[in-house]
Design a binder for this molecule. Sequence first.
Ligand code: HEC
Length: 190
Amino acid sequence: MSEDNRNQSNTGDKHEYDGIVELDNQLPRWWRNLFYATIIFSIIYVWHYEFGAGPSIQDEFNAQMNALELQRLAKSSGAGLSEEKLLAVIADAQEKSKGKAIFDFRCASCHGLQGGGGIGPNLVDKFWMNGNGKPISVAQLIKDGVPAKGMPPWGAILSESELYAVTAYVHSMKGSNPVNAKEPQGNEYP
Ligand code: HEC
């Protein structure tokens, strides 16, 4: 860069000491604007978050925890399952016989071939220890299991359609009167 060019772009003072030239350059406009913008931003920021309506870190934390809790609740209340699909499967005789095969293979060891119970409770009476006995509630329970009480969670093993099919089969056995049925446990639901 030639001396002339430099002088043109410098509007500030020029000092010279012992042959060393100091140019008092002005900072570029964009740089200064950015600098002023950060100052204005910081004032607005402090105003908003310290004195205004901006959420505190604690508020944000609480909101996130609430969202998580809602998600968890939605999961455990059958939100992932479709009652509509389940009712369609219940009405389908072919699905029911698919469900019977799954039941005989996976569930009968604990609940009896006819659902009258054994290690696990009677599934054909009106008494339920978990949920309210409605098909969607039963499906949810089969999906989640009651691991602490020895009922495996089947959601990881059965596909969704298998889950509906086996629920449909359990539902179809309701009110039957198997030999050696286990005594009712839990609360009665019509
Ligand atoms: C290893 C034994 C075992 C197997 C296998 C098993 N269950 Fe269970 N099941 C249990 C036990 C024990 C309970 C009781 C849980 C409790 O006390 O809350 C139970 C509870 C249930 C309940 C809720 C009953 C109620 O009154 O709340 C349903 C529905 C059920 N099982 C369906 C099934 C289905 C469908 C299968 C097959 C896909 C199956 N179970 C496989 C042991 C088993």
